[in-house]
Design a protein around this ligand. Structure first.
Ligand code: DAH
Length: 339
């Protein structure tokens, strides 16, 4: 009977090697350790033996049973951990991660700031929510003055004792604050989003971006402005373009000019973008009105300066031949991915 026990142990050792699933392990348990298993069969025989033999074989039986139980436990552990292991094939090509990128508008704003920084300008930022004073009164645009109609305004319902609030209609709203707080001489540009309450079409959006420029010092005149803009446009468009001034009107400049840029697309020859004129209106500008300088506490006998405001979408549209300003905010990936 000892031999029988040896055979069972050997068989168990052999079989256990091949076991790799919970199912086959369970079959193993039933076959060897189960209530009707091989060991139970032998045990039934052993209990019927004479006292002496029974004791001897009983001991050996316990040894064999123990061994088989150990085999069972080890295999069980092995199967459980192999189930936990994450199987992956390091050679399998990974899933492509979809990365976004900086929007063309912000790319261009960064580029514009860098060009002006090289030209000696600081960068300032204002708030999108401003007071009536900042957007209008401080710029020589009093209440009920017809020139207010130049800016279709989005007013906030909320107002307090001293102020009415609005979404800035132009970055000029920061002129006085910046002029007040910066030491002279001043060379600064202020990029930012502005808001207009108007119908949208290919050339108009209710929100767009402007770049305000301000320079105050002893030599900040329109000659300098022309030079600065010529260099700026050359850097931005990658080609030298003519800049011309046309007289105009803004309440916060005197004299005021409209700046025209030689058409980027036809180089002044005339095309449908520039309506055959060879030039494009690109910015408003002028010498800062003494009213504004005084608001900022600047001595108008000693100092003067120029200001300009240009539409950022406008120049991006020209550089990349984009024909609809609404594309910038459309979220259309076919548009965004091009840049
Ligand atoms: N703020 C004006 C606008 O939004 C543009 C402008 C004109 C800005 C003349 C200036 C300026 O600084 O001098 O229409």
């Amino acid at each position: 009977m000892k031999e029988e026990l040896d055979n069972i142990l050997n068989e168990a050792r052999k079989i256990i090697e091949e076991i790799n699933s919970e199912n086959s392990l369970e079959n193993f348990r039933i076959r060897f350790l189960g209530r009707k298993g091989l060991l139970k069969e032998i045990l039934d025989k052993i209990v019927k033996l004479e006292e002496k033999e029974r004791r001897e074989l009983g001991e050996y039986f316990n040894y064999v049973k123990n061994e088989i139980e150990k085999l069972y436990e080890v295999a069980k552990e092995r199967i459980i951990t192999s189930k936990k292991e994450i199987k992956f094939d390091i050679h399998h090509p990974g899933e492509k991660i979809r990365k976004g990128h900086i929007h063309i508008l912000n790319q261009a704003i960064k580029e514009i700031k860098e060009i002006f920084m090289k030209l000696g300008f600081d960068i300032e930022r204002g708030r999108e929510l401003v007071t009536e004073y900042e957007n209008f009164d401080s710029l020589n645009i009093p209440p009920n003055h017809p020139s207010r109609d130049l800016w279709d305004t989005l007013w906030l319902k909320f107002e307090d004792k001293n102020n009415k609030y609005l979404l800035r209609t132009h970055t000029s709203a920061h002129q006085v604050e910046v002029l007040k707080n910066k030491p002279l001489p001043i060379r600064v540009v202020i990029p930012g989003k502005v808001f207009r309450h108007e119908a949208t079409d290919q050339r108009h959006e209710i929100q767009f971006h402007q770049l305000e420029g301000l320079a105050v010092g002893e030599h900040a005149d329109l000659r300098e402005l022309k030079g600065v803009l010529k260099i700026f446009f050359k850097e931005f468009f990658g080609t030298e373009l003519e800049v011309i001034f046309r007289t105009s009107y803004f309440p916060f400049t005197e004299p005021s000019v409209e700046i025209d840029l030689e058409c980027v697309l036809c180089k002044g020859k005339g095309c449908n973008v520039c309506k055959n004129s060879g030039y494009l209106e690109i910015a408003g500008a002028g010498m800062i009105h003494p009213f504004v300088l005084k608001e900022a506490g600047i001595d108008t006998n000693k100092y003067f300066g120029y200001a300009f405001g240009l539409g950022i979408e406008r120049i991006i549209m020209l550089r990349h031949n984009i024909n609809d300003v609404r594309l910038f905010n459309s979220g259309d990936l076919r548009f965004i991915k091009q840049f």
